[in-house]
Design a protein around this ligand. Structure first.
Ligand code: 4AD
Ligand code: MG
Length: 446
């Protein structure tokens, strides 16, 4: 009998097949038992009719607990009412082998669980349909990221995780003892190394885990997250924005095409995602502040009004990004942030040194920043000055300064957070569900 994958069951109508998986749900009505079996690829209804199988096995199946592992053989029947993902087919069971009969006290039994309880049982929570769907979408996002970059001339360069210095500010560094060198830090970004890599390869990207000792307990922050960081030589801010638009659109389209069943099972409104196509709106930081002032004026709730307070020179917080992007149905570029709130390496705006050539991409429907990027300083003197202004140790950045001494060119790059992107695409409120084992300020278990 062919062992099939549940996501390909539509190719086997009328045939006898075998599936290997786990019991997700079970209902028993007289001579019928309905098993909802998941095999890692999908969920399918398997119908056991008493007359079709050994009477003793029928009794054993009645007693089967959720999560028992089974090998089921039977006839595939098309039935539009059959539940499951993708659904529409069921299996009439002829044989069932119990691989392991699960214990009775399954912690993640089918009822409502508090979030902390679910997170403590993340190793089991992963089996639930919602988590399964989110993480399959994540996998497609990652594949689409690599595919777009590889096809558009970006070379993959793996940058180090153990690093001697900060990239994105010294307040969020994880420190680790490092032999005779004293300490090393877990990478906050691979960008600085990619700036070296572009001088050998032109366009590059790194893609890996990133670490931030963020004190923030928001629904958008993890302490360990995955970031893809493309970097390109001879690239200005406008070119960077065009890359980002194409890149994000491609990812959205791949997910819509390949993960329709998962999006449906998450009840994601896909019409919102179908609208994603270039060009995305572009607004300056100054303009964004004007819009926020207006949103604030219209806000009735005094507490919310208070949260929306902002003055020129301040960075946006989550409430600002949420309020702003709730007004757009496409991702929106906000460019030209105040230099004082951004990283030391950003190129100043020509004629306006208080503003830098930075651009953030904010996802619509209130999701907020998914990409941060900029044009980088290409002048040796200015970079040195910035290192001093930010009290960064010149010695640790000696190699980085060299890049401005030997063939420096205008260059730009960005970093996209995988988990924030997946949250938006799945339409879920908290980033912790978008990575298999989330790490936050309060959690390193399991
Ligand atoms: O804006 P960030 O800090 O930019 C950089 O690290 C640049 N060096 C990237 C570059 O230009 N090469 O981070 C980029 C993205 C954010 O937009 C967000 O999506 C994600 O990384 N991110 C986080 N995701 C989850 N938890 C956190 N604590 C995050 N911090 C940033
Ligand atoms: Mg940022």
């Amino acid at each position: 009998m062919p062992v099939i994958r549940v996501d390909q069951i539509d190719q086997y109508g009328g045939q006898e097949v075998t599936i290997r998986g786990w019991v997700y749900n079970k209902t028993h009505k007289g001579k019928l038992i309905f098993l909802l079996i998941r095999d890692g690829y999908g969920f399918v209804q398997c119908v056991v009719f008493k007359n079709d199988i050994d009477p003793e096995l029928f009794e054993q199946i009645i007693r089967l607990q959720q999560e028992s592992s089974v090998i089921v053989t039977g006839l595939v029947r098309e039935d539009s009412r059959a539940p499951g993902v993708p659904g529409g087919f069921e299996i009439g069971v002829r044989q069932l082998e119990i691989v392991q009969s699960a214990e009775e006290d399954y912690p993640m039994a089918l009822k409502e669980h508090g979030v902390d309880f679910a997170l403590d049982h993340r190793h089991l929570w992963l089996r639930m349909p919602s988590q399964w769907a989110i993480l399959r979408i994540r996998s497609t996002v990652i594949d689409a990221i690599r595919e777009w970059l590889d096809k558009n001339g970006f070379i993959n360069m793996d940058t180090p995780i153990l690093t001697p210095a900060a990239c994105e500010g010294t307040t969020t560094l994880f420190e680790t003892p490092y032999f005779d060198e004293g300490v090393a830090y877990l990478a906050q970004s691979g960008q600085l190394y990619n700036e070296a890599n572009i001088y050998a390869f032109g366009k590059v990207y790194c893609f890996g885990p990133t670490f931030r000792a963020e004190k923030s307990k928001t629904r958008r922050h993890l302490t360990e997250f995955w970031m893809v960081e493309p970097e390109a030589a001879f690239c200005d801010l406008d070119q960077l924005i065009e890359y980002e638009e194409q890149f994000v659109t491609y990812i959205v389209q791949r997910v819509l095409k390949e993960r329709a069943a998962e999006l449906k099972s998450l009840e994601r409104d896909t019409s919102a995602l179908e609208k994603i196509a270039p060009p995305f709106p572009r607004i300056s930081y100054d303009k964004a502040l004007e819009m926020l002032a207006q949103i604030r004026d219209e806000e009735q709730d005094p507490e919310q009004k208070e949260l929306l307070n902002i003055e020129w020179g301040m960075d946006f917080g989550s409430p600002h990004e949420t309020a702003l992007t709730a007004r757009f149905d496409k991702p929106v570029f906000v460019y030209g942030y105040p230099t004082q709130v951004k990283a030391f390496y950003m190129e100043p705006w020509p004629g306006r040194p208080e503003v830098c050539k930075s651009v953030d991409l904010l996802a619509p429907e209130g999701y907020g920043e998914i990409i941060g990027g900029s044009e980088r300083i290409s002048s040796y003197e200015l970079l040195l000055q910035r290192l001093h202004e930010h009290s960064l140790p010149e010695e640790a950045f000696k190699w980085y300064l060299d890049l401005r001494r030997f063939g420096s060119v205008p260059h730009s790059g960005f970093g996209m957070g995988v988990e924030r992107t997946v949250s938006w695409l799945c339409g879920i409120s908290h980033i912790r569900e978008t990575i298999p084992f989330p790490r936050t300020i309060k959690r390193v278990y399991p």
